[in-house]
Design a protein around this ligand. Structure first.
Ligand code: GLP
Length: 259
């Protein structure tokens, strides 16, 4: 099952995950990282910055989880621009090495397959950062997504549109469709690190970590993966049945085991 780490706050989570990523980069300067958008991973990117000072990150590679379909490429909330602004530029990564699914309408029919090929050609993702939607989605794999799915176009749920409306002028501006790595794609990454903070994520986290494995809670796909770290604050952990056990496990974790 997933290793659940309950931390005091988002900054502590960021530090923990950033330490792991920094050591991956030190071990392999061409490491392939799985990047995520949303507010949740921001503390990781912030904590990475000082850890990468003086480190040559020019060869680090990255694949984002998802993108809106048909969004104006200049739109500040296109995930390509979000990743550039929040990850590529602050960390000094090489833009050509950091990929986002292509949401352009002209090429959308084969954009999913193209992205799968690019990930495979890079040798797969070493560590995939994940947030989770309030309806349990990871990437943009909404409830009902196949556990075997690969990168493809999905329709956003009303709930996700509402959640993401804060990034747009109104809910009507939120694109209807997205292109997202599939649950099958995500499960191929060698290490999944799912982060969640706040009471609003407690139910989704409990469903993903402890609930039945079901396409109705796409995040529950993580239970099928051999190496998963779930890093949550107390509020996001508040509905976990085995929280005490997770705390005990973490406190007694042998020093030689990494994240
Ligand atoms: C979007 C993204 C997801 C992200 C989710 C949660 O739907 N596609 O990858 O996990 O938002 O966002 P936040 O972290 O801002 O709560």
């Amino acid at each position: 099952m997933a290793e659940v780490i309950i931390v005091p706050d988002a900054a502590a989570a960021g530090a923990l995950v950033a330490d792991e990523i920094a050591s991956l980069i030190a071990a392999d300067p061409e490491v392939v990282l799985g990047l995520a958008t949303g507010s949740t991973p921001l503390p990781v990117y912030e904590a990475l910055r000082p850890r990468l000072e003086g480190v040559d990150v020019s060869r680090v590679r990255g694949f984002a989880l998802d993108e809106y379909v048909g969004i104006d490429p200049q739109h500040p909330e296109s995930y390509r621009n979000v990743i550039r602004r929040e990850v590529v530029e602050p960390l000094g990564l090489t833009p050509e090495r950091i990929h986002t699914p292509n949401g352009a309408l002209e090429t959308i029919e084969h954009a999913g397959d193209d992205y799968e090929r690019a990930i495979a050609a890079a040798g797969g993702v070493e560590l995939q950062i994940l947030g989770i939607g309030t309806d349990g989605h990871i990437g943009f794999n909404e409830p009902g997504s196949s556990f075997a799915s690969s990168t493809r176009v999905k329709t956003l749920t009303e709930q996700t549109k509402r959640d993401n409306a804060r990034f747009f002028d109104s809910i009507d501006q939120v694109p209807t469709h997205c292109i997202t790595q599939g649950l099958g794609t995500i499960l191929h990454a060698r290490h999944l690190v799912l982060l969640a903070f706040g009471e609003g994520k407690a139910q989704a986290v409990a469903g993903a970590v402890e609930g039945p494995v079901t396409a109705s809670v796409p995040g529950s796909a993580i239970q099928l993966h051999p190496r998963v770290s779930v890093v949550v604050d107390e509020a996001a952990a508040s509905r976990l049945r085995f929280a005490d056990y997770y705390r005990y496990t973490w406190e007694n974790k042998p020093a030689w085991q990494g994240l």
